[in-house]
Design a protein around this ligand. Sequence first.
Ligand SMILES: *Cc1c(COP(=O)(O)O)cnc(C)c1O
Length: 419
Amino acid sequence: MGAADLLAFDREHLWHPYTSMLDPAPTRLVTGASGSRIAIDGVGEVVDGMASWWSAIHGYRHPVLDEALREQAERFSHVMFGGLTHEPAVELARRLVELTPDGLDRVFLADSGSVSVEVAMKMALQHQRGVGRPERTRFLTVRGGYHGDTFDCMSVCDPDGGMHSMWSTVLPDQVFGERPPGIGGDVAEWASGFRALAAEHAGTLAGLIVEPLLQGAGGMHPYPAECLRVFREVADEHGLVLVFDEIATGFGRTGALFASEAGGVSPDVLCLGKALTGGYLTLAATLCTSEVARGISGSDSGVLMHGPTFMGNPLACAVASASLDLLATGRWVHDVRRINRGLQALHDIDAAEVRVLGAVGVVRLDHPVDVAAATEAALSQGAWLRPFRDLIYTMPPYVCTDEDVATLCAGIAAAVKAG
Ligand SMILES: *Cc1c(COP(=O)(O)O)cnc(C)c1O
Protein backbone atom coordinates (compact mmCIF):
# COMPACT_ATOMS: atom_id res chain seq x y z
CA MET A 1 0.00 0.00 0.00
CA GLY A 2 1.18 3.53 -0.73
CA ALA A 3 1.06 6.36 1.80
CA ALA A 4 -2.37 7.60 0.68
CA ASP A 5 -3.91 4.11 0.96
CA LEU A 6 -2.34 3.48 4.38
CA LEU A 7 -3.73 6.76 5.68
CA ALA A 8 -7.14 6.13 4.14
CA PHE A 9 -7.40 2.67 5.74
CA ASP A 10 -6.13 4.05 9.04
CA ARG A 11 -8.79 6.75 9.00
CA GLU A 12 -11.56 4.24 8.33
CA HIS A 13 -10.51 1.45 10.71
CA LEU A 14 -7.95 2.37 13.34
CA TRP A 15 -8.58 4.00 16.64
CA HIS A 16 -5.88 6.40 17.80
CA PRO A 17 -5.46 7.62 21.40
CA TYR A 18 -8.42 9.71 22.57
CA THR A 19 -9.94 10.18 19.11
CA SER A 20 -13.28 9.71 17.45
CA MET A 21 -13.70 6.88 14.94
CA LEU A 22 -16.37 8.83 13.08
CA ASP A 23 -14.59 12.16 12.93
CA PRO A 24 -10.94 11.32 13.51
CA ALA A 25 -8.28 13.98 14.00
CA PRO A 26 -5.60 13.90 11.29
CA THR A 27 -2.75 11.37 11.64
CA ARG A 28 0.60 11.47 9.88
CA LEU A 29 2.53 8.53 8.48
CA VAL A 30 5.93 7.76 10.00
CA THR A 31 8.34 6.06 7.63
CA GLY A 32 11.44 5.93 9.82
CA ALA A 33 13.08 7.17 12.99
CA SER A 34 16.70 7.59 13.98
CA GLY A 35 18.43 9.44 16.80
CA SER A 36 16.29 12.40 17.86
CA ARG A 37 14.36 12.45 14.59
CA ILE A 38 11.29 10.88 13.07
CA ALA A 39 10.61 10.88 9.34
CA ILE A 40 7.06 11.87 8.43
CA ASP A 41 5.67 11.22 4.97
CA GLY A 42 5.21 14.46 3.06
CA VAL A 43 6.97 16.49 5.77
CA GLY A 44 10.46 15.04 6.06
CA GLU A 45 12.66 14.56 9.12
CA VAL A 46 11.61 16.43 12.23
CA VAL A 47 12.96 16.60 15.78
CA ASP A 48 10.77 14.50 18.10
CA GLY A 49 9.86 16.78 20.99
CA MET A 50 7.78 14.05 22.62
CA ALA A 51 10.26 11.13 22.70
CA SER A 52 7.31 8.86 21.88
CA TRP A 53 5.37 9.85 24.96
CA TRP A 54 8.53 10.36 27.00
CA SER A 55 9.92 6.85 26.58
CA ALA A 56 12.59 7.09 23.84
CA ILE A 57 15.19 8.81 26.04
CA HIS A 58 18.17 7.52 24.02
CA GLY A 59 16.55 8.30 20.68
CA TYR A 60 15.57 5.88 17.93
CA ARG A 61 17.61 3.01 16.49
CA HIS A 62 20.23 3.28 19.19
CA PRO A 63 22.91 0.73 18.23
CA VAL A 64 23.21 -0.64 21.79
CA LEU A 65 19.46 -1.11 22.17
CA ASP A 66 19.07 -2.52 18.65
CA GLU A 67 21.80 -5.04 19.43
CA ALA A 68 20.24 -6.07 22.77
CA LEU A 69 16.94 -6.69 20.98
CA ARG A 70 18.55 -8.68 18.17
CA GLU A 71 20.62 -10.81 20.54
CA GLN A 72 17.65 -11.72 22.69
CA ALA A 73 15.46 -12.42 19.63
CA GLU A 74 18.05 -14.96 18.53
CA ARG A 75 17.76 -16.75 21.92
CA PHE A 76 13.99 -16.56 22.53
CA SER A 77 11.40 -13.83 22.32
CA HIS A 78 9.00 -14.88 25.04
CA VAL A 79 8.15 -17.57 27.55
CA MET A 80 5.46 -17.49 30.23
CA PHE A 81 6.64 -16.19 33.61
CA GLY A 82 4.50 -18.61 35.60
CA GLY A 83 6.91 -21.25 36.93
CA LEU A 84 9.69 -20.09 34.58
CA THR A 85 12.30 -17.37 34.74
CA HIS A 86 15.15 -16.11 32.54
CA GLU A 87 18.28 -14.02 32.55
CA PRO A 88 16.77 -10.86 30.98
CA ALA A 89 14.16 -10.58 33.78
CA VAL A 90 16.68 -11.34 36.54
CA GLU A 91 19.24 -8.92 35.10
CA LEU A 92 16.65 -6.14 34.83
CA ALA A 93 15.37 -6.71 38.38
CA ARG A 94 18.94 -6.69 39.70
CA ARG A 95 19.56 -3.30 38.11
CA LEU A 96 16.25 -1.88 39.32
CA VAL A 97 16.82 -2.95 42.93
CA GLU A 98 20.26 -1.40 42.83
CA LEU A 99 19.23 1.89 41.17
CA THR A 100 15.97 2.69 42.95
CA PRO A 101 15.65 4.31 46.42
CA ASP A 102 16.56 2.15 49.43
CA GLY A 103 14.26 -0.62 50.53
CA LEU A 104 12.50 -1.21 47.21
CA ASP A 105 13.67 -4.80 46.81
CA ARG A 106 10.69 -6.71 45.43
CA VAL A 107 9.99 -6.33 41.73
CA PHE A 108 6.81 -7.04 39.74
CA LEU A 109 7.33 -6.77 35.98
CA ALA A 110 4.12 -5.52 34.40
CA ASP A 111 3.29 -5.10 30.73
CA SER A 112 2.27 -1.43 30.73
CA GLY A 113 2.31 1.61 32.95
CA SER A 114 -1.40 1.42 33.75
CA VAL A 115 -1.05 -2.23 34.76
CA SER A 116 1.87 -1.36 37.05
CA VAL A 117 -0.37 1.21 38.77
CA GLU A 118 -3.18 -1.35 39.09
CA VAL A 119 -0.64 -3.72 40.66
CA ALA A 120 0.59 -0.97 43.03
CA MET A 121 -2.98 -0.30 44.18
CA LYS A 122 -3.61 -4.02 44.57
CA MET A 123 -0.43 -4.29 46.63
CA ALA A 124 -1.65 -1.53 48.96
CA LEU A 125 -5.09 -3.14 49.36
CA GLN A 126 -3.67 -6.63 49.93
CA HIS A 127 -1.10 -5.25 52.37
CA GLN A 128 -3.84 -3.63 54.46
CA ARG A 129 -5.81 -6.88 54.48
CA GLY A 130 -2.71 -8.75 55.48
CA VAL A 131 -2.05 -6.50 58.46
CA GLY A 132 -5.66 -6.79 59.65
CA ARG A 133 -7.17 -3.60 58.21
CA PRO A 134 -9.48 -4.87 55.43
CA GLU A 135 -11.78 -1.87 55.88
CA ARG A 136 -9.10 0.36 54.36
CA THR A 137 -10.08 0.30 50.70
CA ARG A 138 -9.75 3.86 49.42
CA PHE A 139 -6.85 5.91 48.11
CA LEU A 140 -5.75 9.40 48.95
CA THR A 141 -4.25 11.46 46.14
CA VAL A 142 -4.08 15.06 44.91
CA ARG A 143 -5.96 16.84 42.16
CA GLY A 144 -4.26 17.24 38.79
CA GLY A 145 -2.77 13.75 38.68
CA TYR A 146 -2.61 11.20 35.89
CA HIS A 147 -2.01 7.50 36.55
CA GLY A 148 -3.25 5.69 33.45
CA ASP A 149 -6.42 4.81 31.57
CA THR A 150 -7.64 1.56 33.15
CA PHE A 151 -10.43 1.81 35.70
CA ASP A 152 -8.63 1.91 39.04
CA CYS A 153 -6.01 4.17 37.48
CA MET A 154 -8.73 6.54 36.26
CA SER A 155 -10.18 6.63 39.77
CA VAL A 156 -7.05 8.43 41.01
CA CYS A 157 -6.63 10.69 37.97
CA ASP A 158 -7.77 14.29 38.29
CA PRO A 159 -11.53 14.09 38.94
CA ASP A 160 -12.32 17.10 36.75
CA GLY A 161 -9.89 16.32 33.94
CA GLY A 162 -12.52 15.13 31.44
CA MET A 163 -11.99 11.38 31.24
CA HIS A 164 -12.62 10.85 34.93
CA SER A 165 -15.65 13.04 35.36
CA MET A 166 -17.43 11.10 32.62
CA TRP A 167 -16.84 7.83 34.53
CA SER A 168 -17.53 9.10 38.04
CA THR A 169 -20.59 6.88 38.53
CA VAL A 170 -18.69 3.63 37.88
CA LEU A 171 -15.32 4.40 39.48
CA PRO A 172 -14.23 3.72 43.05
CA ASP A 173 -14.69 6.87 45.11
CA GLN A 174 -11.26 8.15 46.14
CA VAL A 175 -10.15 11.07 48.33
CA PHE A 176 -8.65 14.10 46.54
CA GLY A 177 -6.50 16.72 48.22
CA GLU A 178 -5.64 20.03 46.62
CA ARG A 179 -2.94 19.99 44.00
CA PRO A 180 0.46 20.93 45.50
CA PRO A 181 1.43 24.56 44.85
CA GLY A 182 3.72 25.40 41.92
CA ILE A 183 7.41 26.09 42.46
CA GLY A 184 7.73 29.02 44.88
CA GLY A 185 4.14 28.54 46.14
CA ASP A 186 2.97 28.29 49.76
CA VAL A 187 3.77 24.70 50.80
CA ALA A 188 2.81 25.20 54.46
CA GLU A 189 -0.74 26.24 53.64
CA TRP A 190 -1.22 23.38 51.18
CA ALA A 191 0.31 20.90 53.63
CA SER A 192 -2.00 21.81 56.48
CA GLY A 193 -5.07 21.27 54.29
CA PHE A 194 -3.68 17.98 53.01
CA ARG A 195 -2.85 16.73 56.51
CA ALA A 196 -6.35 17.60 57.73
CA LEU A 197 -7.97 15.74 54.82
CA ALA A 198 -5.82 12.66 55.48
CA ALA A 199 -6.71 12.70 59.18
CA GLU A 200 -10.41 12.99 58.39
CA HIS A 201 -10.42 9.90 56.13
CA ALA A 202 -7.55 7.89 57.65
CA GLY A 203 -9.71 4.96 58.82
CA THR A 204 -10.82 4.18 55.25
CA LEU A 205 -7.52 4.78 53.44
CA ALA A 206 -5.27 1.99 52.16
CA GLY A 207 -2.72 4.12 50.35
CA LEU A 208 -1.53 7.47 49.13
CA ILE A 209 -0.65 7.62 45.43
CA VAL A 210 1.01 10.57 43.67
CA GLU A 211 3.40 11.49 40.87
CA PRO A 212 6.40 12.92 42.73
CA LEU A 213 7.75 16.37 41.77
CA LEU A 214 5.98 16.67 38.43
CA GLN A 215 2.40 15.92 37.52
CA GLY A 216 2.58 14.85 33.87
CA ALA A 217 -0.41 14.17 31.64
CA GLY A 218 -2.73 15.76 34.25
CA GLY A 219 -1.27 19.19 33.50
CA MET A 220 2.57 19.25 33.34
CA HIS A 221 2.74 20.80 36.80
CA PRO A 222 6.07 20.82 38.68
CA TYR A 223 5.87 21.32 42.45
CA PRO A 224 8.31 21.77 45.35
CA ALA A 225 10.26 18.74 46.62
CA GLU A 226 9.21 19.63 50.20
CA CYS A 227 5.77 18.26 49.36
CA LEU A 228 7.26 14.77 49.02
CA ARG A 229 8.25 14.85 52.69
CA VAL A 230 4.67 15.83 53.56
CA PHE A 231 3.41 12.78 51.62
CA ARG A 232 5.85 10.51 53.49
CA GLU A 233 4.86 11.95 56.90
CA VAL A 234 1.15 11.68 56.20
CA ALA A 235 1.54 8.07 55.05
CA ASP A 236 3.58 7.19 58.15
CA GLU A 237 1.25 8.94 60.53
CA HIS A 238 -1.84 7.14 59.27
CA GLY A 239 -0.43 3.77 58.20
CA LEU A 240 -0.95 4.36 54.45
CA VAL A 241 1.08 2.60 51.78
CA LEU A 242 2.92 5.41 49.95
CA VAL A 243 2.94 4.82 46.18
CA PHE A 244 5.09 7.03 43.97
CA ASP A 245 4.12 6.78 40.31
CA GLU A 246 7.40 7.65 38.56
CA ILE A 247 6.30 6.39 35.16
CA ALA A 248 6.78 9.93 33.78
CA THR A 249 9.51 11.23 36.11
CA GLY A 250 11.77 8.17 36.44
CA PHE A 251 15.20 7.81 34.85
CA GLY A 252 16.45 11.37 34.85
CA ARG A 253 13.68 13.40 33.26
CA THR A 254 13.45 15.94 36.12
CA GLY A 255 17.24 16.16 36.59
CA ALA A 256 17.41 13.53 39.38
CA LEU A 257 17.54 9.84 38.46
CA PHE A 258 14.26 9.47 40.37
CA ALA A 259 12.09 12.39 41.48
CA SER A 260 11.81 10.76 44.92
CA GLU A 261 15.52 11.51 45.44
CA ALA A 262 14.88 15.24 45.07
CA GLY A 263 12.81 15.13 48.26
CA GLY A 264 15.08 12.64 50.01
CA VAL A 265 12.06 10.37 50.36
CA SER A 266 11.60 6.67 49.67
CA PRO A 267 8.10 5.40 48.87
CA ASP A 268 6.76 1.96 49.91
CA VAL A 269 5.78 1.18 46.33
CA LEU A 270 7.28 2.61 43.13
CA CYS A 271 5.85 2.43 39.59
CA LEU A 272 8.22 2.68 36.65
CA GLY A 273 7.49 2.61 32.91
CA LYS A 274 7.91 4.80 29.83
CA ALA A 275 11.66 5.68 29.91
CA LEU A 276 12.32 2.30 31.57
CA THR A 277 11.77 0.73 28.16
CA GLY A 278 14.20 2.89 26.18
CA GLY A 279 11.17 3.41 23.94
CA TYR A 280 11.25 -0.03 22.30
CA LEU A 281 8.72 -2.46 23.78
CA THR A 282 5.94 -2.12 26.30
CA LEU A 283 7.10 -2.82 29.85
CA ALA A 284 6.66 -1.40 33.34
CA ALA A 285 7.64 -2.37 36.86
CA THR A 286 6.15 -2.08 40.32
CA LEU A 287 8.69 -2.28 43.14
CA CYS A 288 7.81 -2.58 46.81
CA THR A 289 9.50 -2.92 50.18
CA SER A 290 9.86 -6.22 52.00
CA GLU A 291 7.41 -4.90 54.59
CA VAL A 292 4.70 -4.39 51.97
CA ALA A 293 5.50 -7.83 50.54
CA ARG A 294 5.11 -9.37 54.02
CA GLY A 295 1.71 -7.71 54.42
CA ILE A 296 0.59 -9.07 51.05
CA SER A 297 1.64 -12.56 52.11
CA GLY A 298 -0.51 -12.19 55.21
CA SER A 299 -3.67 -11.50 53.15
CA ASP A 300 -6.30 -14.23 52.61
CA SER A 301 -4.76 -15.55 49.38
CA GLY A 302 -1.19 -15.33 50.69
CA VAL A 303 -0.04 -14.37 47.20
CA LEU A 304 -0.02 -11.24 45.04
CA MET A 305 -3.03 -11.81 42.81
CA HIS A 306 -1.71 -10.66 39.46
CA GLY A 307 0.07 -12.25 36.50
CA PRO A 308 -0.19 -10.91 32.94
CA THR A 309 0.46 -13.15 29.94
CA PHE A 310 3.43 -11.06 28.82
CA MET A 311 4.87 -10.56 32.30
CA GLY A 312 8.64 -10.12 32.19
CA ASN A 313 8.85 -10.30 28.40
CA PRO A 314 12.49 -11.19 27.61
CA LEU A 315 12.83 -8.85 24.61
CA ALA A 316 11.51 -5.87 26.57
CA CYS A 317 13.64 -6.76 29.61
CA ALA A 318 16.81 -7.11 27.53
CA VAL A 319 16.31 -3.70 25.92
CA ALA A 320 15.42 -2.10 29.26
CA SER A 321 18.62 -3.45 30.84
CA ALA A 322 20.64 -2.10 27.92
CA SER A 323 18.90 1.26 28.36
CA LEU A 324 19.80 1.29 32.07
CA ASP A 325 23.41 0.49 31.15
CA LEU A 326 23.43 3.57 28.90
CA LEU A 327 22.09 5.61 31.82
CA ALA A 328 24.78 4.14 34.09
CA THR A 329 27.47 5.93 32.07
CA GLY A 330 26.12 9.13 33.68
CA ARG A 331 25.98 11.00 30.41
CA TRP A 332 22.30 11.70 30.89
CA VAL A 333 23.13 14.10 33.76
CA HIS A 334 25.01 16.40 31.39
CA ASP A 335 22.46 15.94 28.63
CA VAL A 336 19.50 16.82 30.84
CA ARG A 337 21.34 19.91 32.17
CA ARG A 338 22.25 20.92 28.64
CA ILE A 339 18.69 20.49 27.40
CA ASN A 340 17.47 22.44 30.44
CA ARG A 341 19.72 25.35 29.48
CA GLY A 342 18.42 25.27 25.91
CA LEU A 343 14.80 25.18 27.06
CA GLN A 344 15.28 28.40 29.05
CA ALA A 345 14.67 30.13 25.67
CA LEU A 346 10.99 29.30 26.21
CA HIS A 347 10.90 32.11 28.78
CA ASP A 348 11.10 34.57 25.86
CA ILE A 349 7.73 33.38 24.56
CA ASP A 350 4.77 35.60 25.33
CA ALA A 351 2.32 33.22 27.06
CA ALA A 352 0.31 32.82 30.25
CA GLU A 353 3.05 30.74 31.92
CA VAL A 354 6.34 28.99 31.14
CA ARG A 355 7.69 26.09 33.26
CA VAL A 356 11.06 24.43 32.76
CA LEU A 357 12.19 21.50 34.92
CA GLY A 358 15.00 19.10 33.96
CA ALA A 359 14.42 18.08 30.34
CA VAL A 360 10.80 19.24 30.43
CA GLY A 361 9.65 22.53 28.87
CA VAL A 362 6.04 23.67 29.16
CA VAL A 363 4.21 26.71 27.83
CA ARG A 364 0.68 27.35 29.06
CA LEU A 365 -1.69 29.46 26.99
CA ASP A 366 -4.68 31.34 28.35
CA HIS A 367 -7.03 29.28 26.15
CA PRO A 368 -7.34 25.68 24.90
CA VAL A 369 -4.82 24.94 22.16
CA ASP A 370 -6.02 24.54 18.57
CA VAL A 371 -4.14 21.24 18.32
CA ALA A 372 -4.30 20.90 14.53
CA ALA A 373 -3.02 24.44 13.90
CA ALA A 374 -0.34 24.22 16.62
CA THR A 375 0.90 20.85 15.33
CA GLU A 376 1.10 22.14 11.78
CA ALA A 377 2.99 25.29 12.88
CA ALA A 378 5.51 23.22 14.89
CA LEU A 379 6.06 20.87 11.93
CA SER A 380 6.78 23.85 9.68
CA GLN A 381 9.67 24.63 12.08
CA GLY A 382 10.83 20.99 11.98
CA ALA A 383 9.44 19.94 15.38
CA TRP A 384 6.98 17.20 16.34
CA LEU A 385 4.82 18.26 19.30
CA ARG A 386 1.57 16.98 20.74
CA PRO A 387 -0.15 19.78 22.70
CA PHE A 388 -3.10 19.06 24.99
CA ARG A 389 -5.64 21.26 26.80
CA ASP A 390 -3.96 24.68 27.17
CA LEU A 391 -0.43 23.24 27.13
CA ILE A 392 2.30 23.11 24.49
CA TYR A 393 5.28 21.21 25.85
CA THR A 394 8.32 19.11 25.07
CA MET A 395 9.99 16.12 26.77
CA PRO A 396 12.62 15.32 24.14
CA PRO A 397 15.09 12.42 23.90
CA TYR A 398 18.24 13.07 25.98
CA VAL A 399 20.33 12.69 22.81
CA CYS A 400 18.91 15.92 21.36
CA THR A 401 21.70 18.26 20.27
CA ASP A 402 21.64 21.94 21.21
CA GLU A 403 20.49 22.60 17.67
CA ASP A 404 17.61 20.13 18.10
CA VAL A 405 16.57 21.88 21.31
CA ALA A 406 16.63 25.25 19.52
CA THR A 407 14.43 23.73 16.80
CA LEU A 408 11.99 22.52 19.45
CA CYS A 409 11.87 25.97 21.09
CA ALA A 410 11.19 27.54 17.67
CA GLY A 411 8.50 24.91 17.09
CA ILE A 412 6.87 25.69 20.43
CA ALA A 413 7.02 29.46 19.73
CA ALA A 414 5.33 28.92 16.34
CA ALA A 415 2.77 26.57 17.89
CA VAL A 416 1.94 29.16 20.57
CA LYS A 417 1.32 31.79 17.88
CA ALA A 418 -0.82 29.46 15.77
CA GLY A 419 -2.62 27.68 18.58
C1 LIG B 1 1.88 7.26 31.03
C2 LIG B 1 1.61 7.16 32.48
C3 LIG B 1 0.89 6.09 33.02
C4 LIG B 1 0.27 5.01 32.15
O1 LIG B 1 1.21 4.27 31.45
P1 LIG B 1 0.76 3.41 30.14
O2 LIG B 1 1.99 2.67 29.77
O3 LIG B 1 0.32 4.41 29.13
O4 LIG B 1 -0.35 2.53 30.59
C5 LIG B 1 0.72 6.04 34.39
N1 LIG B 1 1.22 6.99 35.19
C6 LIG B 1 1.93 8.04 34.72
C7 LIG B 1 2.51 9.03 35.66
C8 LIG B 1 2.13 8.17 33.34
O5 LIG B 1 2.81 9.23 32.87
